[in-house]
Write a protein that binds this ligand. Structure first.
Ligand code: HEC
Ligand code: HEC
Length: 380
């Protein structure tokens, strides 16, 4: 008896000490449970597409189903692999008809918390709208659904009794007709449910893991003035583009990190001049969204165009306040890019600091995300 109550008391104390870091179960009105540490509030979810398990499971199937492309060869998962944190490890991805994308495929983990989508676009604000790009986009063609295949794709799914049953369960018999609006809602629900918040770093905050001395030094540096990392890679998702249910004013900053300076006046190579491609404003040259650093150890190569191969290379770039390219078509001193964010120049890192920062970044890998059957291909 006495022993039992001591154990209970110890457990209570541990959970109080771990405080905000312990996992909580937050249930939404639709019955969906968010399992999140205290520093992650649930994400914003469109009122007309509430989270449910039926929709999540349907969306997962559709995400992995090549029948969802015009020529039946490619699925969302063809460019977003679970074991690479839903990136594809390539500088550019190849679509269903062989066309190449302009930039690399970012992770979809924790995308529910991202107020804008893709590398540099302030106008794509929700997953439902974003999905029109890979499905119907022509520049480049990804899944390649066009006027000639629009009905064919739906007929493929409508002809499958399992899908008919799943759509009916997810949307109710009255709303369960298989349509683009419905399947987009289901895939968006799956993507919102792909959560990464159980890395060794998270476990260390919860008192369930210990960081090594080097990792711990890297952690302290990451959040310091001297490294500046956390001034952009801030908050629970390691990016300053973050919004949850409690966010009042959503901020969507984009930054130039001095990767290029082609003409000495700050030019980045086309078609990857960042926000400028959309806004046409000269000051937006080279401005990209701060990437989340969760699972960054498995998402190489790095930056929007994958022009840096390793994390060590990324740290060299930051320590030099920008990248200098000596010769060739990309030659130029990025550290003198006039549009560069001024924080880059405050960074002071020596060789050991860089190694410690890399060690810390590697603690952000979430094995559960990379291996959980919940996010895996249901057809296997
Ligand atoms: C041919 C490869 C390819 C296919 C197929 C593909 N994607 Fe992507 N995805 C990309 C690339 C490349 C980007 C980055 C685009 C950019 O920044 O311009 C991207 C971006 C995204 C993003 C934005 C992530 C972020 O961090 O902002 C999401 C979400 C996404 N894709 C989901 C999907 C879904 C859902 C499907 C299927 C309907 C899909 N993708 C199909 C290559 C692909
Ligand atoms: C001024 C804001 C800012 C600061 C400071 C900053 N970053 Fe970044 N980081 C970005 C942006 C923006 C990108 C994407 C740039 C691009 O692709 O052109 C990025 C990209 C990265 C990437 C590549 C991610 C990927 O998936 O390709 C890594 C790794 C990274 N930063 C680590 C760090 C570290 C470590 C520090 C501190 C030494 C740091 N950053 C400081 C804004 C910043």
């Amino acid at each position: 008896m006495r022993h039992a109550s001591l154990v209970a008391c110890g457990a209570l104390l541990a959970s109080v000490l771990a405080g905000l870091a312990t996992e909580r179960q937050l249930q939404s009105a639709s019955g969906w449970r968010w399992s999140l540490p205290g520093y992650f509030q649930p994400p914003r979810v469109p009122p007309d597409n509430p989270m449910t398990e039926e929709k999540f499971q349907l969306g997962r199937r559709l995400f992995y189903d090549p029948r969802l492309s015009g020529n039946g060869t490619q699925a969302c998962a063809s460019c977003h692999f679970q074991h690479l944190a839903f990136t594809d490890g390539k500088a550019v991805s190849t679509g269903s008809t062989g066309e190449e994308t302009a930039r690399s495929a970012p992770s979809i983990a924790n995308v529910a918390w991202s107020p804008t989508l893709t590398w540099a676009n302030y106008s794509i604000l929700d997953l439902e709208r974003h999905m029109l790009v890979p499905m119907f986009g022509e520049n480049p063609v990804e899944l390649g659904i066009d006027d000639s295949t629009r009905e064919t794709v739906l007929q493929r799914l409508r002809g499958d009794a399992d899908y008919r049953a799943r759509f009916a369960r997810a949307f109710g018999p009255a709303g369960g007709q298989i349509s683009y609006a419905r399947l987009i809602q289901a895939i968006a629900t799956f993507q919102r449910g792909v959560v990464s918040a159980n890395s060794r770093y998270d476990q260390s905050l919860a008192g369930q893991a210990r960081l090594s001395d080097s990792e711990e030094r890297g952690r302290a540096l990451f959040f310091s003035e001297r490294a500046q990392c956390a001034s952009c890679h801030s908050g629970p998702n390691f990016t300053d583009q973050y919004a949850d249910v409690t966010t009042q004013a959503v901020r969507t900053p984009f930054h130039n990190t001095g990767l290029y300076n082609l003409d000495g006046q700050g030019a980045y190579p086309e078609p990857n001049r960042g926000l400028l491609e959309l806004s046409g404003k000269p000051a937006d040259m080279g401005a990209f969204r701060t990437q989340s650093l969760r699972n960054v150890a498995v998402t190489a190569p790095y930056m929007h165009d994958c022009s840096i191969a390793t994390l060590e290379g990324v740290l060299d770039h930051y320590a030099a306040h920008g990248r200098s390219i000596a010769s060739g078509p990309m030659a130029g001193d990025g550290s003198r890019n006039p549009f560069k964010d001024p924080r880059l120049d405050r960074i002071r890192l020596d060789a050991r600091d860089k190694a410690d920062l890399v060690a810390f970044l590697k603690t952000l890998t979430d094995e559960q995300l990379l291996t959980s059957p919940r996010y895996a291909d249901p057809f296997k």
